[in-house]
Design a protein around this ligand. Structure first.
Ligand code: AKB
Length: 337
């Protein structure tokens, strides 16, 4: 069987690096990567080709490739996007639309749907107040779709763009012989935590930052209140869900956008877990009003029963397994504590 040609944009980011490593471990893929930055040593030898530069300006380059699957991970995350809003829109929306157009063109021309995997986010939700957030609890995909951030608006709109290009583009689904369209699938990720990389530019970053700082014996000032609660997931589970959704036959999917969840924790509970593992960890709470506002608008937790029912999704790591079987053993090896 010939290898599948795969494009991973935003390959230097946390999800990108973990995904490229997993694809290489599984085999059967020819991986082309794209990012504004050069590839880190962790994945340099695992990819066939790297296109460095701004995706929006480099898009023509990709018309020469025959991609079977596109993982479009490149994005400006929530905290950064709230500071440089128009630039975030350009990266998050224009970049996605350019790639969707490419995938739509190739699907139709070669009569083979290109699979387009899009990581959306809990930022696509918007809770009107802390009372609403608390009373809503675990939210479903079609509830509270009123994001408060540029990043959240971009993610929600790109979900809709993906549906448009894969189902309704030019209203050609109404043709008696409709053309082959691209196969768009999206996951709404919670905050992700890797033992190997640190996030930057996001707002769920305080979770991994507390843990990495404690493991290194560095003091950490947390930018949200102790009672701040959202859902999180181990990076290996994020990659597992992305690849499960990639592999599931189209006819098994009743939806285009799926929540995935693993565990929900408050910032105070992160501090307690960090203290238990690394007694003496120095973690304080000094909320930043702008970043606090962002996390307060995200739900406490998400309901992922659609993914569980449609494609048997289940995380490997609940909160205890996350700490005991993944994060702490890996981080102790990494920082030698
Ligand atoms: C962010 O904090 O912006 C991201 C996300 C939750 O999508 N990690």
């Amino acid at each position: 069987m010939t290898d599948k040609t795969v494009l991973v944009t935003g390959a230097c980011g946390e999800i990108g690096q973990a995904l490229v490593q997993e694809l290489s471990k599984r085999g059967g893929h020819r991986v082309v990567t794209a990012d504004i930055a050069p590839l880190p040593d962790t994945i340099k030898d695992l990819v066939a080709e790297h296109v460095q530069g701004d995706l929006v300006y480099k898009i023509k380059t990709f018309y020469d490739y025959d991609f079977d699957i596109i993982f479009h991970l490149a994005a400006s995350l929530s905290s950064k996007a709230e500071v440089a809003t128009e630039e975030a829109h350009r990266i998050n929306v224009e970049g996605t639309m350019q790639l969707l157009m490419l995938a739509a063109y190739r699907s139709e021309k070669y009569k083979k749907p290109v699979k387009f995997l899009f990581p959306s986010s809990i930022a696509a939700y918007g809770m009107a107040s802390l009372e609403v957030k608390e009373s809503a609890g675990c939210v479903k995909e079609d509830e509270y779709n009123t994001p408060h951030t540029m990043y959240g608006c971009n993610k929600l709109y790109c979900e809709k763009l993906g549906m448009y290009y894969s189902r309704y583009y030019g209203q050609r689904h109404l043709d008696p012989n409709p053309p082959v369209m691209l196969d768009f699938r999206a996951l709404r990720f919670p905050g992700l935590i890797s033992a190997f990389t640190l996030p930057s530019g996001g707002t769920s970053d305080y979770g991994p930052e507390i843990l990495h700082a404690a493991a290194q014996g560095k003091p950490y000032s947390c930018f949200v209140r102790e009672d701040t609660k959202i859902s999180f997931m181990a990076m290996p589970d994020a990659i597992k869900s992305l690849l499960m959704l990639t592999d599931v036959p189209r006819e098994n999917l009743s939806h285009v956008v799926y929540n995935v969840a693993a565990f929900a924790l408050t910032a105070g509970q992160f501090r307690d877990r960090a203290l238990k593992a690394f007694p003496g960890a120095d973690i304080r709470f000094e909320p930043n009003p702008r970043r606090q506002g962002i996390v307060d608008s995200w739900p406490e937790d998400v309901n992922d029963s659609l993914a569980r029912n449609d494609w048997s999704w289940k995380p490997d790591y609940n909160v205890d397994a996350f700490f005991d079987q993944y994060f702490l053993p890996e981080i102790r090896k990494r920082y030698g504590k």
